[in-house]
Write a protein that binds this ligand. Structure first.
Ligand SMILES: Nc1ncnc2c1ncn2[C@@H]1O[C@H](COP(=O)(O)OP(=O)(O)OP(=O)(O)O)[C@@H](O)[C@H]1O
Ligand SMILES: [Mg+2]
Length: 530
């Protein structure tokens, strides 16, 4: 990628130089033609004009291909890095970051990274090199003219840079976070539209969305202002330079045909400098986006893997002693003791909000052990890699995500290699096979966004079937019978019990039928009664 970028920058610089060459050679050609020499004296310049004209376009095309290719490569890498960060942080490490804001990081901030490369760094590099080349060439003709162009370039660059900083860099820095906020508000409005309509609460949310939109528009307006002022500065500086150059060029020491070349030399730099103005306008935006991505990347994982992880033990009995679990510094439950031998069935009960789901996530190493210990197969889980623990311990949440695709693809999230026979087996175990068999499209039935075309119970059982495909030896099931009617719930519990002894089960439940069949019931709000 680096090579493509360097080569692209080189082509971009050559293209810019060709444009400058085109202007200056044309200036010479027109002045010389005015003297009406035999046409053969003009031939070289005519060929030069053609050459520069064609080369400028061809080189620019090559530059675009190479630098965009490099930038897209970079964006892909950055996007994957954001996904990795999400994977590392969710669910405990995201704090209060909203979904829309996360989407904005993956989309807008990563795109800003492309801008940073293509529209901030590249114009600066190309313009700097072009100025140096033009100044060196002019120095052969007249050192004073060279000095004028150099001074103009330096003053313009510094002026544009300071101007954009001065005209409220902070306003521009708001663009990236405001984009995130806009995405959050918009996604909230869209995702919750039915509820908002039902409660007649759409207007305040729309009002908030409008507010954010207006602030973003104001910030972007400022950006346009800055760019306009910068361009005015470039033109002003060029004007002054043209006047100075004409004073230098017309003092009689130069051949008349070169006068136009000298006078037009500063004008040749207007084009590259307008790219620099645009670059400076964008810089605060792209820097802020970069900072947001970096901050995200540097957020510590809620559960860090040990430096030298222990190998995954052969056994999978769980032993929990004096465990405290929670999201922040204050535990939501503490003093939890629990033994789940291989093939055992333990139920966890407790009031709503008592920390049952939090305990489940802690056992999966998605939240840290706040106090006490958890051992898997006799090894403290803090010595194991999180991913290893999760290959043994599987979890069925209370509100599992169903992807907007077919039943088959949703199931294969659990095991991408599973064939249809295995999918049906899992559906059978989860009590969903009869339902799927009645569907005209069977496994090819689409589930709708967030599983919207399924009932709550069907979604839950689909998620259970998906989990069963994963081959985990310890299953932590959070309220598996919650959405089910009595008969189906009984059947599900029977099916779950049949999974033993190959798998052990930890069932979080209020359901007396589940509690009655467990070997042991652990009450979270009263740990002493274990
Ligand atoms: N993502 C989160 N971030 C911060 N705090 C959370 C988060 N999820 C839950 N909590 C807090 O942790 C506490 C325990 O929640 P938890 O979901 O473990 O309860 P629960 O026992 O599973 O309840 P229920 O029976 O209603 O499912 C609650 O007080 C809740 O406010
Ligand atoms: Mg819960």
């Amino acid at each position: 990628m680096k090579r493509r970028l360097v080569l692209g920058t080189l082509l971009g610089t050559l293209s810019q130089l060709a444009a400058i060459g085109l202007l200056l050679v044309s200036a010479w050609l027109i002045s010389r033609a005015a003297e009406q020499p035999p046409v053969m004296y003009l031939m070289v310049a005519i060929v030069g004009v053609r050459f520069f004209g064609i080369a400028r376009a061809a080189l620019r095309y090559g530059e675009r291909l190479l630098t965009h290719d490099a930038a897209f490569g970079l964006a892909t890498r950055q996007r994957l890095a954001v996904y990795d960060d999400l994977d590392r942080l969710a669910p405990g490490g995201l704090g209060d970051t909203r979904r829309g804001d996360l989407v904005s990081r993956v989309v807008a901030d990563v795109e800003s990274g492309q801008d940073r490369l293509l529209r901030v760094r590249l114009p600066w590099t190309v313009t700097s090199i072009s100025v140096l080349v033009v100044v060196s060439l002019l120095a052969f003709l007249d050192w004073r003219a060279a000095l004028v162009v150099l001074a103009t370039a330096v003053v313009t660059a510094a002026g544009v840079h300071l101007l954009t900083r001065w005209v409220e860099a902070s306003r521009q820095a708001q663009v990236a976070p405001l984009r995130g906020e806009l995405a959050s508000e918009a996604s909230e409005l869209v995702l919750n539209a039915p509820d908002l309509v039902a409660y007649g609460a759409g207007e305040p949310v729309r009002e908030r969305l409008r507010g954010v939109d207006a602030r973003l528009a104001a910030a972007q307006n400022h950006l346009a202002w800055t760019t306009g002022l910068g361009n005015a500065l470039v033109l002003l500086a060029t004007g002054v330079a043209v006047v100075l150059s004409s004073v230098v060029a017309t003092d009689g020491s130069l051949a008349p045909v070169l006068v136009a070349v000298l006078v037009l030399a500063p004008v040749a730099l207007v084009d590259p400098f307008s790219d620099v103005v645009a670059a400076e306008g964008l810089r605060a935006v792209t820097d802020a986006a970069d900072r947001r991505l970096r901050a995200f990347h540097e957020t510590p994982a809620p559960v860090a893997d040990p430096e030298t992880p222990a190998p995954l033990p052969a056994g999978h009995d769980l032993r929990v002693r004096g465990l405290a679990v929670g999201w922040g510094d204050v535990p939501v439950a503490r003093g939890i003791d629990l033994d789940l031998p291989e093939g055992g069935l333990v139920a966890v009960a407790g009031r709503s909000g008592g920390g049952k789901s939090t305990l489940a996530l802690t056992l999966l190493r998605l939240l840290p052990v706040r106090a006490g210990s958890v051992e898997l197969g006799g090894v403290d889980v803090e010595r194991l890699r999180g991913a290893d623990v999760r290959s043994v311990v599987g979890y069925l949440g209370q509100d599992e995500h169903v992807f907007d695709t077919t039943l088959r693809e949703n199931l294969r999230v659990g095991d991408p290699t599973a064939d249809d026979a295995r999918l049906w087996e899992a559906l059978e175990l989860a009590g969903l096979a009869d339902f799927v068999a009645t569907l005209p499209d069977g496994l090819d039935t689409r589930t709708g966004e967030r599983g919207g075309r399924l009932s709550g119970g069907e979604r839950q059982r689909l998620a259970l079937a998906r989990l069963l495909l994963g081959g985990h030896r310890v299953l932590v099931l959070d309220e598996p019978t919650e959405h089910l009617d009595e008969q189906t719930a009984d059947a599900l519990v029977d099916d779950l019990l049949a999974l033993r002894p190959a798998r052990s089960l930890l069932l979080v439940s209020h359901d007396p039928r589940v509690l009655a069949r467990a070997d042991v019931v652990v009450h979270l709000d009263a740990p002493a009664s274990v």
